[in-house]
Design a protein around this ligand. Structure first.
Ligand code: ATP
Ligand code: MG
Length: 436
């Protein structure tokens, strides 16, 4: 009898243990399923953003070239009509509208990760401190600004002007979420992202990162708002207050820089937006600001313009010839090389598009450097392609002008690159074309 009882107890305990083991396995499986679902959601979301980004970037690119022509022709006409002409005011309206449109396309290109970045290794603490100096008047008296910067903060490689824009966008949003005042904290700290992170943030590599957070004590967001946060034109503000492009631009810029953005928010409790950027070991790169400009925007140097869009190229030539330059035009890199090979004339500056069908701007410059030793280079673009990010991302110190540009913006940039106006050349033809 005792034996039977002992056996029954043993069986009951074994069954109990098995149930426990099964429960544990079940919990493990449930966790695994939830994890996979979250990873799938993250992937689906990334794919959706990728598709919207491609659409926005593509439209913005084509639109930008058109804007360049509208804005440029209006600016040229403005120069040609007399000071008293009523046409001047109307042309001014066209230029202003084109400027607004190009600011919109710039944001769309940023969202589509197609803006041309000029990254350099930088000290994020210094950048944040610099931005923070201009914040008090932006925030007003009712918002208290707290800074929480790690003195041992690692360095990141990013485009400082774009990163400043990112911080300002987050600060503006935080301010607007605290209409009756509150606290805004800007925090920066080192952190290490593990493999689980890359699962939930496609495109992000595990490893050492720097985290920049902007935290507010504002009205916060519900789940629905959070799920649309980075979509372009998503806004809960009225038309005069928000275009819904702030966070879309933040998303694109941070992603194009190899990082990611994380949001945590609760209705009534405030919002924290965290930006993670890969930490780099290289020392901070200091870029010399160009010499302050020059008395005259005129010049007599010889400039080779390489641009595949006919209308944009013609207009660029026009901008340069009215300033006195001699212009040689090429509609692609091969024509430009052929011209340089078959002519002995001095070329002072190569002004080339970054991305062209066939050979890209940078490769063209490398090839030309083998043919001629002394020429300056100025890249122009508004756009880069995903698979050409290393082409779209220009090395520090590279001279670059963003399209669309005005005659004077181009003239200033060209003089910056060529240096003080001195070269004086004898009578030369004012323009050539490699197509001729
Ligand atoms: N810190 C925040 N607190 C509460 N809601 C926020 C915060 N940041 C963003 N949001 C919500 O996300 C929406 C989208 O923000 P986003 O910056 O992209 O556009 P916007 O601020 O509406 O317009 P824009 O930035 O173009 O002027 C906002 O309209 C707002 O509803
Ligand atoms: Mg905003």
């Amino acid at each position: 009898m005792a034996l039977i009882l002992a056996f029954a107890v043993y069986m009951a305990e074994t069954a109990h243990l098995n149930v426990k083991k099964l429960e544990a396995t079940n919990r493990e499986l449930e966790r695994e399923i939830v994890g996979r679902e979250q990873a799938e959601d993250a992937l689906r979301h990334a794919q959706k953003m990728e598709a919207v980004g491609r659409l926005a970037g593509g439209v913005a690119h084509d639109f930008n070239n058109l804007l360049m022509i509208i804005r440029g022709q209006a600016a040229l006409l403005q120069k040609n009509v007399g000071l008293g002409s009523t046409l001047r005011r109307e042309l001014g309206e066209i230029v202003r509208a084109a400027d607004q449109a190009s600011s919109l396309t710039r944001k769309l290109l940023a969202f589509g990760r197609k803006q041309v970045l000029q990254p350099r290794v930088l000290d994020l603490n210094a950048l944040i401190t610099q931005v923070a100096e201009v914040l008090p008047p932006v925030l007003g008296e009712d918002i208290k600004l707290n800074m929480d910067l790690d003195p041992e903060l690692g360095r990141v490689k990013a485009d400082s002007a774009q990163l400043e824009q990112v911080i300002m966008s987050l600060v503006f949003n935080a301010r607007e979420a605290m209409p009756r005042g509150g606290e805004l904290t800007i925090q920066a700290a080192n952190c290490d992202l593990d493999a689980a992170w890359s699962r939930f943030h496609p495109g992000v590599q595990a490893g050492p990162h720097v985290m920049l957070a902007v935290r507010d004590t504002g009205h916060g967001m519900d789940e629905e708002t959070q799920s649309h946060l980075f979509e372009p034109f998503f806004t809960t503000k009225d038309k005069s207050k928000g275009s819904g492009l702030g966070l879309a631009t933040v998303y694109g810029t941070v992603n194009q820089s190899g990082g990611c953005v994380k949001v945590s928010s609760k209705l009534g409790l405030g919002t924290t937006i965290q930006i993670y950027l890969p930490r780099v070991e290289e020392p901070v790169e200091v870029v010399q600001a160009p010499e302050p400009i020059v008395r005259s925007l005129q010049g007599e140097e010889r400039i080779l313009v390489v641009e595949d869009d006919d209308a944009v190229r013609r207009m660029t030539r026009e901008f340069l010839t009215i300033k006195g330059y001699t212009v040689i035009e090429a509609s692609n890199a091969a024509d430009a090389i052929q011209f340089v090979e078959s002519h002995d004339e001095i070329i002072d500056l190569v002004l080339t598009d970054v991305l062209m069908p066939g050979m890209k701007g940078r490769e063209l410059v490398e090839r030309l450097a083998k043919l001629r030793s002394s020429f300056k280079v100025l890249y122009m673009s508004a756009y880069t392609e995903d698979d050409a990010i290393d082409i779209g991302v220009l090395s520090p110190g590279t001279a670059f002008i963003e399209k669309p540009f005005s005659p004077d913006e181009l003239a200033v940039k060209v003089r910056e690159v060529l240096g003080e106006n001195g070269a004086s050349r004898s009578q030369q033809p004012r323009s050539h074309s490699t197509e001729a």
